[in-house]
Write a protein that binds this ligand. Structure first.
Ligand SMILES: Cc1cc2nc3c(=O)[nH]c(=O)nc-3n(C[C@H](O)[C@H](O)[C@H](O)COP(=O)(O)OP(=O)(O)OC[C@H]3O[C@@H](n4cnc5c(N)ncnc54)[C@H](O)[C@@H]3O)c2cc1C
Length: 311
């Protein structure tokens, strides 16, 4: 209940222009800006530096150049060009070649065909440099179209891409079977967006139970699934199921977000599991940051302390 209210509250705040202006002024300022807990930086170089530190601990990375819901074809084109340039910078830096992106960043809400073209441009550039590209999942109006665009790419023989499914959506169990049949790599998450009652489970218990069911579908029949959560109960359920079924830990990985539960990230690594950290960066960090606050209202405390100490 609290979680639902909190997501809704931060969803409303995320739309506030004045709050965004205020946050942008303080959030990433200097080394101690309050948003730096969750965002690696505004530049690709800062993200690369963060990735190097994470890799030095034996963890894997995926870099996300933040941006979503662009409003014009020109902006979608600019985001696409930026992504392609970033691939070059990541390759030159010698860190792992793995990125995550959102389709509304590439123009999905403006024109689907343009978005498909933009994704193809990125996948071509990525394939030429041996990158893996994860297509993040956004809120439920985009679930079917995101999977549809992904399947279009798959039919066109793009194999250097994967998708995300959210356990908060009852449809995701069938989608997991659908993606397993393709042989596509799936990242399983609980879902970060405020969703309507007729579309999504509203209670944590239902979301968690679905997460465990989908995890089993992916571990049993999927292709190198990613179990993306910081929830110790979900991690335990995954390890227990894999042990019970004799599933090799090398056939799946865990994923977590930059700045969240580093203790768990390192602990799983020490136990011998593959762990990938999602490293977000870029100037458009405000909506991502607000989703992280909405997941855990206690995070607001450290933001307030950060703002007060910087004034
Ligand atoms: C690698 C990765 C990629 C993701 N990609 C997507 C995506 O494409 N689409 C999408 O909708 N969602 C995505 N998410 C977000 C996801 O849907 C959840 O909103 C988020 O992971 C919180 O859920 P949880 O599984 O950690 O469990 P929860 O039950 O929410 O949290 C479990 C515990 O984790 C810790 N925790 C969780 N969130 C926070 C936080 N913000 N700050 C501090 N501690 C926290 C707390 O200790 C909490 O008790 C992604 C998550 C990860 C890890």
């Amino acid at each position: 209940m609290l979680q639902t209210v909190s997501k809704a509250f931060f969803h409303v705040l995320a739309g506030s222009h004045s709050l965004k202006t205020l946050a942008s002024r303080y959030g990433m300022r200097g080394g101690g800006g309050f948003a730096r807990r969750f965002i690696a930086g505004e530049s690709v170089q800062e993200a690369i530096d963060a990735a190097r530190r994470i890799e030095a601990d034996g963890l894997h990375v995926t870099l996300d150049y933040l941006g979503e819901s662009v409003a014009s074809i020109a902006e979608a084109d600019a985001a696409t060009r930026a992504y392609i340039a970033i691939l070059g910078e990541i390759a030159a830096a010698g860190i792992e070649r793995n990125v995550s992106l959102k389709l509304t960043q590439l123009g999905l809400t403006v024109d689907r065909a343009t978005c498909v073209d933009n994704l193809r441009r990125i996948l071509d550039a990525a394939a030429a440099r041996d990158f893996f590209v994860r297509v993040d999942m956004e809120n439920s109006p985009y679930t079917e179209v995101t999977l549809g665009v992904f399947e279009t790419m798959w039919q066109q023989e793009y194999r250097n891409a994967g998708v995300v499914l959210q356990s908060c959506l009852p449809r995701s169990e069938a989608d997991a079977v659908r993606m397993n049949e393709l042989g596509a790599r799936v990242r399983l998450v609980k879902g970060a967006y405020k969703e309507p009652r007729d579309t999504a489970y509203q209670s944590k218990a239902d979301v968690d139970a679905a997460f465990v069911r989908i995890m089993k579908i992916l571990l049993t029949d999927g292709t190198f699934p990613a179990i993306a959560t910081h929830d110790p109960a979900m991690l335990d359920a995954t390890r227990a199921f894999a042990t019970e079924q004799g599933i090799d830990a090398a056939t799946y990985e865990f994923q977590m977000l930059y700045g969240i539960r580093r203790d768990l990230q390192n602990g799983l690594k020490r136990e011998g599991f593959g762990v990938r950290v999602y490293v977000p960066f870029g100037r458009e960090w405000f909506p991502y940051f607000m989703r992280r606050l909405g997941e855990r209202p206690a995070n607001v405390g450290f933001v307030i302390r950060g703002v007060l100490s910087e004034r």
